[in-house]
Design a binder for this molecule. Sequence first.
Ligand code: FAD
Ligand code: PHB
Length: 389
Amino acid sequence: MRTQVLIIGGGPAGLLLSQLMHRQGIDTLVLERRSRDYVLARIRAGVLESGMVDLLREAGVGERMDREGIVHEGTYLALSNRGFRIDFKQLTGGSVMVYGQTELTRDLYQARDAMEGQVLHEVGRVQIHDLDTDSPHVTFTKDGRAQRIDCDYVAGCDGFHGVSRKTIDPAVLREFERVYPFGWLGILSQTPPVSEELIYASHERGFALCSMRNQNLSRYYLQVSLQDSIEQWSDDAFWDELKRRIPLAAAESIVTGESIEKSIAPLRSFVAEPMRWGRLFLCGDAAHIVPPTGAKGLNLAASDVYYLSRALQQHYNDNDDHGIETYSATALSRVWKAERFSWSMTRLLHRFPDQSPFDWRMQQVELEYLESSVAAQTSLAENYIGLPY
Ligand code: FAD
Ligand code: PHB
């Protein structure tokens, strides 16, 4: 078997790249370790930057998103009982779209099926070979049988735990990491959202976030200790703690209900350099992780795909390799800025175990400054809606 671009990983990055390539007449094949049902059951991101929204439309998968997604022109920040709004529209002219990663992934699979795109699920032992030559190939097992696919390029879209990054020569690869001393406990509940816009709440007891998927599906998060387990957090305990951390008006009006999903995610900042090694490109979580506080993870996967899809189009359609040669530097420049923003939002809004009274005052005054300064709000807003591609 042979393809032009072999894509490892059938998450949002891999599927979107495959979809954009096929619309340019470039052949791809996607290898995914899990079943489609498993991939679609993962509850993850919910906020799309407008650059990503445009890219999804360009890929021909924007129709349901445009119908069901909710445009948000601002967000609330809160400190204990006091909240204030950051008006994206007024400050920057921009907005974001609330549309779940699960729905988006479903749309991408449907579009791939409609174009008869090849996605092989439940493949095992994926290995990449001969990346430093002009003819790399990938081996894997499917239904117990060993298989081989030859290709021009490999796109490593296989997430943080994938094989692609690990294939890069250790003498070349550099990794930068910060692991945070807490996690996020998230629940999904079939209840109307407490607020029309998201609420990011800083509180002495820890951070809390009120988000949503649609008018009757809410997503809430609490900062928790990494030692906590899901079993320790009954639904009642979750709601009680959430109400303590968000402003009173929201706590009093929130509609609670049974959770339909509950999980704890650790928080990490991570960047791998370079994002191209020979004929391998890294895209999305395979190359970088951000803590979810800035809602940037999925959006960074999309900007990587944007740069890579342009680079491959130039190569195949115009015989020009400039985009391929500059892919790593171009993608990393945007990645590092989103890393900075996600790290600064995390630092601003969470309680750290080793925090001194001085540090806590600094967080409080930073939020007070943000509340009073149009310049500071503009900076937050332009990063939140997404820096230009
Ligand atoms: P993934 O979605 O991880 O996809 C990688 C795929 O590769 C997976 O399907 C995996 O099964 C497959 N794979 C792995 N190894 C192999 C292998 N060896 N062979 C074949 N296939 C393999 N981001 C935001 O922008 N906004 C948010 O609000 C947000 N909230 C989040 C909340 C939570 C709780 C979590 C966990 C993440 C959140 N993120 C958010 C991050 C976002 O979900 C990720 O950044 C996004 O999924 C990255 O997409 P990806 O395609 O690069 O990687
Ligand atoms: C979500 O809805 O899952 C979500 C929203 C905003 C974030 C993180 C997660 O910053």
